[in-house]
Design a protein. Structure first.
Length: 262
């Protein structure tokens, strides 16, 4: 799936590098130099990168309305909740918080899927529309308006439909699911490029929000099992504030075995 470049200089400030996992979330895992330790699954050595690194981004895979409209709204609500949890103001994931967490997890997983697979352009027979210059197209996209070119809608606009579709399905399928605030009693957490089928939302090196778990503090072995799952489910990379501080264990302690039965 090719990347459609903007006009020279990107005059309408369309987002080119689109974060799959939000920059603000990555920054919570950064060290005193603003860097995280990242390991590529292709066997390359561990590298230190900032949250602006292109490894964390898709390249204009979804449209500006999905990025700056839908996505930003979901991110902003989650980041406010995350800060509230970290400050101690929010202590449980209630009905309102559940929606915030689930929409964020669904957005993260959908973005990861879109980055990996892209979306084909959508052709509608019999629809041609008016001719639009490149500048007119970008003005429309800046205003979150979809458009057709000779009866074809660029695939990135279809991403908006997918985000809503996956989000609504996720809400419906997990309407009885409860989430817990889980802290690492010892060691730190690893973040994958996506947890895939495991409903885990990383918040900080010592805190995650996990489905089907009560509020709890995990032992070092339990943290190690979560980290092993993060590595196993990552596709291209995983990262942490300090990978040597993140224990990894293959055996699953009984208290979190149910995480692996999804």
């Amino acid at each position: 799936m090719g990347f459609e470049a903007t006009q020279k200089g990107n005059p309408h400030k369309l987002t080119i590098n689109q974060h799959v996992f939000p920059k603000k979330s990555i920054d919570r895992f950064s060290d005193e130099n603003g860097l995280v330790q990242l390991c590529r699954k292709d066997g390359a050595k561990v590298i230190r990168v900032s949250s602006t690194n292109s490894l964390f981004c898709a390249k204009r895979v979804w449209d500006q309305g999905t990025e700056a409209g839908i996505g930003k709204g979901i991110e902003d609500r989650f980041q406010a909740l995350a800060e509230s949890i970290l400050s101690g103001a929010s202590k449980v994931i209630g009905c309102f918080e559940k929606i915030v967490v689930e929409d964020f997890f669904s957005l993260w997983r959908t973005r990861r899927k879109l980055r990996a697979e892209g979306l084909d352009d959508v052709e509608i027979q019999g629809r041609h529309g008016d001719f639009l210059t490149k500048d007119e197209q970008e003005i429309l996209e800046e205003k979150h308006v979809m458009f057709f070119r000779d009866g074809v809608m660029p695939g990135r606009f279809a991403a908006r439909i997918h985000v809503f579709g996956y989000m609504n399905t996720f809400r419906h399928d997990n309407r009885d699911m409860q989430w817990g605030i889980v802290r690492a009693g010892e060691g730190e957490f690893i973040v994958p490029d996506c947890f895939q089928d495991m409903m885990i939302v990383p918040v900080s090196p010592n805190l995650m929000i996990i489905a089907d778990q009560p509020n709890s503090t995990l032992t070092r072995n339990e943290v190690a099992v979560i980290n092993q799952a993060a590595i196993a489910r990552s596709t291209d990379y995983y990262f942490a504030r300090s990978l040597p501080s993140c224990p990894v264990l293959l055996d699953s302690p009984p208290r979190i075995q149910r995480l692996f039965s999804k």
